[in-house]
Design a protein around this ligand. Structure first.
Ligand SMILES: [Zn+2]
Length: 65
């Protein structure tokens, strides 16, 4: 289900409102929050990066000892 995003302030609405509830702007664009976003929006990617960072720190500590 498409959401609607205010062109002016970026507020995302679940349904297409007559105007933005945050700023009153009447221009809203279809918004697909779950599609085509940044890879960093995916929690699995974030946890993967954290795991990679931890692994790098461990390797560094082991190498320095
Ligand atoms: Zn707005």
């Amino acid at each position: 289900m498409a959401k609607w995003k205010c062109d002016q302030c970026g507020t995302v609405h679940r349904r297409n409102p007559n105007k933005c509830r945050s700023c009153g702007n009447t221009v809203l664009s279809p918004y697909h929050g779950d599609e085509g976003g940044s890879p960093l929006d995916d929690p699995r990617v974030r946890y993967g990066l954290i795991a990679l960072a931890v692994l790098l720190v461990v390797v560094l500590v082991v190498a320095l000892l």
